[in-house]
Design a protein around this ligand. Sequence first.
Ligand code: AMP
Length: 277
Amino acid sequence: METLATIAQLRTWRNARLGSVGFVPTMGALHEGHASLVRRSATENVDTVVSIFVNPTQFGPTEDLDKYPRTLQADLDLCRAAGASAVFTPDKLMMYPPGFATWVTVDRLTNKLCGKSRPDHFRGVTTVVTKLFNLVQPARAYFGQKDAQQALVLTRMAQELDMPLQVITCPIVREHDGLAMSSRNRYLSDADRQRAVALTQALQAIQAAFHGGQRDVVSLRQTGLAVLAPRVDRVDYLEILSAHDLAEIGRVESRALCAVAAFVGTTRLIDNVILEG
Ligand code: AMP
């Protein structure tokens, strides 16, 4: 496995590839969720590139950019074990030279859910992912359903901008008690870690009510909030929207995304489940 620290090194490496390249963009602090994407890419492509870049433009001014966990050596070990051929580790200046002024934005889908409380977040994501796609030129790029809205936005971006690649969304990998794996879980104290599972349990309660025949969105939300609200410090949102385009719905008649974001201590966690069938 090669470690490519500069854009020039990545271009040289890329130009020498003859077969399909799969791509897994990450911000590092890697865990089994990331590993699942790398393994999938390694089975579907000749080469797999993982990028590790804590992208400053997707963090708000009061968010955790400076304290975001950085664990490069362990990340490289995980990538190697999962079958990556190369890891790209650019720095901030290389990705955003002074005077950088070009942005890629996706309308509408980005105003919902996380976009409401993180106004410039998706513009940062779509811009950096476009740059990375242009550099890596992958045949397939792998994202996690954990960030369901991000996966929808990037799928739409690739389609509408005619990007010559396939965006593939992979299942959420969870801890033994159901908590969705996240780089931010390592911020949690032991007590907060116990409470964090409330997000997943709220989604499970909604899923159980749905499978019991409940289709009304107001009452499904109430079921979830009754589990969630008493155990977290602040609910950012718990919403049930069309899984296709995040449109608001009154009843779950077709595939719906049930998504939650909440603060446990000062850590903002997200999770989601698809309601269907
Ligand atoms: P991040 O490093 O948080 O930007 O995540 C990089 C990629 O890994 C994104 O596509 C995430 O959706 C995905 N990912 C993060 N956590 C998980 C998880 N628990 N299961 C599956 N994919 C994940």
